[in-house]
Write a protein that binds this ligand. Structure first.
Ligand SMILES: Nc1ncnc2c1ncn2[C@@H]1O[C@H](COP(=O)(O)OP(=O)(O)OP(=O)(O)O)[C@@H](O)[C@H]1O
Ligand SMILES: [Mg+2]
Length: 285
């Protein structure tokens, strides 16, 4: 298991802790629709007729605090990835306001890093080179090498620096992605289904790794997942969306102590059953 050796990583910790006051997200009256251009319009005017509009986000109002780990759940196709892309600055075609640290952003930025639903490592680069990408602005080579190693150690990939992505397991690839994203030292990390496609044990380890990293680094993390248990074990706050167009069905702070255990924390277990029911599964398994 990738336990973080805080004593060995003091330097990084000091640098990261300076960012504690960043990464505050406010979403106000956010509405988003896509236009279906395959449907022929009989309308002559430029206005897009109603049947060509696909409403995806319906008046979303949310706030994520600095350093919070927020897990977003909802049925497939409801608009979770769309929300993440908007908050990360990849999509500006919406109405309402998205403020990050009080400002509307005008596009993607290295302050807000997005880990995509599918592996985004460059296959022709080693783990070390992939992580180095996040640090290309750093001039001092010695300092840069130190930093690369620090992030590789945070995700417990020491010894695999010279491996190419195809030589790593799925879980190791996710961890390498996480190291590369963290190396940029972002205020917010967006992760879209970071554990999809992993086997059960790798999934459990990767989840613990992300929780450890979050507790250590303390940046805001927004994680989209299909897995109710992931959200309840990881999140400081949980958001549950309705089916499309997504509305907020639940936004709850999770005050349960960590490590979380469904058997030992009956209220957590009750909440789990409530969310299963909310998502249309009457009996939690
Ligand atoms: N570029 C696009 N053009 C038109 N419709 C789109 C586009 N991107 C997404 N959609 C539609 O918007 C809806 C929400 O998509 P989104 O990818 O946000 O869902 P999701 O909640 O992330 O789903 P999943 O859990 O399956 O990943 C879907 O109905 C999808 O078909
Ligand atoms: Mg998605």
């Amino acid at each position: 298991m990738g336990h973080i050796l805080i004593k060995d990583l003091n330097k990084g910790f000091i640098e990261q802790s300076k960012k504690q006051s960043m990464g505050h997200v406010i979403i106000k009256n956010l509405n988003k629709e896509f236009i279906d251009r395959r449907k022929k319009s009989r309308c002559r005017s430029d206005a897009v007729p109603k049947h060509n509009r696909i409403p995806v986000l319906d008046n979303i109002n949310l706030e994520f605090l600095n350093g919070e780990m927020v897990c977003i759940l909802g049925p497939s196709g409801c608009g979770k990835s769309t929300l993440l892309r908007i908050v990360a600055g990849f999509d500006n075609a919406f109405s309402g306001n998205v403020l990050i640290d009080g400002k509307a952003h005008s596009g993607p930025s290295s302050d807000h890093i997005f880990v995509f639903q599918h592996s985004s490592l460059f296959p022709w680069m080693t783990v070390k080179e992939n992580v180095e990408l996040g640090l290309r602005a750093m001039k001092d080579q010695e300092e840069k090498e130190e930093k690369i190693q620090e992030y590789i150690d945070i995700v417990d990939l020491g010894g695999f620096e010279m491996h190419y992505p195809h030589q790593l397991s799925g879980g190791m690839q996710r961890r390498a992605e996480l190291a590369r994203a963290l190396a940029v030292n972002p205020d917010i990390l967006f992760m879209d289904e970071p554990f999809s496609g992993l086997d059960f044990l790798t999934h459990m380890r990767a989840r613990e790794e992300v929780v450890n990293v979050h507790q250590f680094i303390g940046i805001t993390m927004l994680i989209v997942t299909h897995d109710i248990d992931d959200a309840l074990v990881m999140g400081d706050r949980i958001i549950v969306f309705s089916s499309r167009p997504a509305r907020v069905k639940m936004a709850r702070k999770l005050d349960f102590p960590r490590p979380r255990d469904f058997e030992k924390q009956p209220e957590l277990n009750e909440l789990r059953s409530e969310i299963f029911l909310m998502l249309g599964v009457p009996h939690a398994v």
